[in-house]
Write a protein of this length. Structure first.
Length: 188
């Protein structure tokens, strides 16, 4: 069940909400996922696993607040992805994860995943917010495309969660049985 909802606040790195200086609303998608918040959190913050389910964007690095990551994305028909630096601005396990990329004051965007326990599993609010001089024009030109991208990304996340739920748990490798401990040394 995917739904759309717009708000007027963004997550700040300190964990609270702040009003956008120009009052622009984020581009959001809200969906209920049939998995626990911890399971959803684990998939979202496992950057090495992103290629298995994220269709347009990839993060590389570690999900550590204040840390740096590499963000790659594809534009249109370009075969090669564009890569830039990203800042991890919020890591609140298993409640919220946020990061930013772009050029401050010109065009900076923030992607936020907010997770809330729900009787069916997890209510995910996935949003994008743009900041800077070009943000109004960028958002106006691409709002529908960005909204569709969020919806598709969240559907891919949902499919990945279903795939993981149907895979049998990995069993630890059996430890070889050792008889007699250390080998006896021959006396000299």
């Amino acid at each position: 069940m995917a739904g759309r909802e717009a708000g007027d606040a963004a997550i700040d790195p300190g964990g609270g909400h702040r009003a956008d200086a120009v009052g622009r609303t984020p581009i959001e998608n809200i969906v209920t996922l049939i998995a626990s918040p911890l399971r959803v959190w684990s998939v979202i913050t496992d950057f090495a696993g992103h290629p298995q389910w994220k269709p347009f964007t990839q993060l590389a690095g570690e999900a550590v607040e204040g840390g740096k990551a590499t963000y790659s994305f594809r534009i249109g028909g370009l075969g090669k992805p564009i890569t830039t630096a990203a800042d991890i601005i919020r890591v609140d396990k298993p409640v919220a994860f946020a990061w930013t990329a772009g050029v401050p004051k010109l065009l900076l965007f923030e992607e936020v995943y907010e997770l809330e326990a729900d009787p069916a599993g997890t209510r995910l609010r996935h949003s994008l917010r743009f900041h800077g001089f070009l943000s109004g024009m960028w958002t106006a030109l691409l709002r529908r495309r960005l909204q569709a991208g969020l919806v598709q990304s969240d559907r891919c996340l949902e499919r990945q969660l279903r795939r993981l739920a149907t895979q049998p748990g990995l069993k630890p490798r059996p430890t070889p049985v050792r008889h007699g401990g250390r080998k006896n040394r021959r006396p000299k």
